[in-house]
Design a binder for this molecule. Structure first.
Ligand SMILES: [Zn+2]
Length: 313
């Protein structure tokens, strides 16, 4: 019998989500809880809800997690925003409690597979996806399949002696082009006394400023806000140029909160990438937004489950 349902656990630094996904009808149910400093407790509580699902249509459980994972063993090797999960074998923990097969992958890889199977990547044999949020993640599809590699594109070094990154290195793409980098850029300049409408937000409490605020103020013509997005966009463009030169992809798919500021941030990135990549390769690469947005990781993890487990048992 073909098994058409999957349970997905999407574990991020901000939220933990649980979803029931059908291979034909997409996401059927979703639960969301904020990530605390005890994510394992939250995970077990959410999975208790899932254990109420009594059906022989369940193919398995897919876990998408922010960080470096060992797909074979099921161990979360390193998750900078979920420190208490480092070294935990979530696959064996969960498969002990459920009589179901379990797989794990990095969240950006799962999202890339989601876009490949149901989203903006469907028509491309070769593409690279970049997730642009607080951090930057990546995934690579070659010959219609997700490469089982780390694809930590956010941690490629783009500048010598650059900003400090969450990984411990300096000058990473993520440290110069993420939402966090945009906010840090603006705060540093506000503190140095540069004038900006941003200084009027939150009664001058700069640490509450978000990348969305910066985009909104940039649209009003504020030069500090525009510079913050343009500078981050240029750094993203360096990263994109490297990706184009290495993978020669048909498309680069961009996703995450930052693509809301496409007309400043991404446009600067495209301009910079066109200057820096090999023109013969760049002209063959389309840069487009994702279709599935936030749900890409859930759909991708479910489709990984269907691919690996649905014909078994
Ligand atoms: Zn880094």
């Amino acid at each position: 019998m073909k098994k058409n349902l999957a349970i997905v656990l999407d574990i991020g630094g901000t939220n933990i989500r649980l979803a029931l996904v059908s291979s034909e009808r997409g996401i059927l149910h979703k639960l969301k809880e904020p990530t605390t400093n005890e994510p394992l407790k939250t995970i077990h509580r959410m999975l208790e809800v899932a254990s109420e699902i009594h059906t022989n249509e369940l193919a398995g459980i897919g876990i998408a997690v922010a960080g470096i994972v060992d797909r074979q063993s099921g161990v979360i090797v390193k998750s900078p925003n979920l420190l208490s999960l480092n070294g935990v074998n979530l696959v064996s923990e969960i498969s002990q409690n459920f009589n179901l097969p379990v797989l794990i992958d990095n969240d950006a890889n799962a999202a890339t597979y989601g876009e490949k199977t149901c989203g903006a990547g469907m028509k491309y044999e070769n593409f690279v996806m970049l997730t642009l949020g607080t951090g930057i993640g990546g995934g690579v599809v070659i010959n219609n399949d997700l490469l089982p590699i780390a694809a930590e594109i956010g941690h490629m070094t783009i500048i010598t002696n650059g900003n400090k990154c969450s990984c411990g290195n300096t000058g990473c793409l993520e440290a110069h082009a993420s939402a966090r980098a945009i906010v840090d850029y603006a705060i540093t300049r506000l503190k140095s006394g540069l004038e900006s409408l941003l200084a009027t937000l939150y009664n001058g409490n700069y640490f509450k400023i978000t990348a969305q605020d910066i985009y909104r103020i940039a649209l009003e013509g504020d030069s500090l806000a525009r510079d913050a997005l343009r500078e981050a966009g240029k750094s993203l463009g360096i990263g994109i140029a490297n990706v184009v030169n290495i993978f020669n992809p048909q498309a680069i798919i961009l996703t995450g909160g930052l693509i809301g500021s496409w007309n400043i941030y991404v446009d600067s990135a495209i301009k910079e990438a066109s200057r820096r990549s090999l023109p013969e390769l760049f002209t063959k690469t389309t840069i487009i937004p994702s279709l599935l947005g936030d749900d890409a990781g859930i759909i991708g993890a479910a489709n990984l489950v269907f691919r690996r487990f649905s014909q078994q048992n």
